[in-house]
Design a protein around this ligand. Sequence first.
Ligand code: NDP
Length: 251
Amino acid sequence: MTSANSPLSGKVALVTGASSGIGEATAAALAAAGAKVAVAARRIDRLATLSSRIEKAGGTAFAIEADIAKGGDVAAMVDRAASEWGRLDILVNNAGVMLLAPTAEADLDDWRRMIELNLVGLMGTTKAALPHLKASKGHVVNVSSVAGRVANPGASGYAATKFGVVAFSESLRREVYADKVRVTVIEPGLVRTELGDHITNQEFKAGLEHRLATMEALTAEDIANAILYAVSQPPRVNINEILIRPTDQER
Ligand code: NDP
């Protein structure tokens, strides 16, 4: 049960990609810390299950069905989140896909899918949220990746989107710091989630499964804890970047 003393009491958050993995764990963590949480993704049944789990634990949540790779959906998603409780304080841009393949074999549609969701969707969601975040002196958390700092073979398209998220976030930070809006980039290493399920290149899919079988990957909750840390700091503290690898991961 949350109370007026909970660190995020009175705050409203929107978490994208909350139907599984890091987004789901983050929504639960923010709600447990007292925020009212709007959870968005395409799989509305999973969002409904998450919302009722949060409510049963004493939190407040509601689900928004949205395809973030479709331009029109993002403004409507942000409007719904902000109008439900009359404000928006925290935006966690987490929805993403990772379709690994060597450049020579890559499917152009896979690249388009990653760019439309990981980059354009995140940017459009941020743009739509900015008026609300300026009004609340709010916080944008963008989930990039270690692949936004280290570009490995087979990740050319994915890394291009995640380097893009890092660049977008730094430019945004410098545009909005004077409005007291904070911007944080989260850069996880390997986390055990559903992310690899969508890879169509069998060699890279098997490679990821091998890494997951042979190293102790992070959990979605490890990343949620980092996000909670960033958004729970006093207003003067702007955590710009957190890169988190599993101890077992070299690069
Ligand atoms: P998951 O696959 O478990 O979660 C991805 C989320 O994105 C799901 O909730 C999914 O929901 C949502 N999503 C996918 N496509 C869309 C869409 N078109 N519109 C709206 N939502 C969409 O993976 P993770 O939790 O691992 O991934 C979360 C973020 O973390 C991603 O940005 C990923 O790049 C990043 N990351 C993950 C790492 C890892 O090792 N797992 C490492 C570094 C970064 P739905 O399908 O219901 O729409």
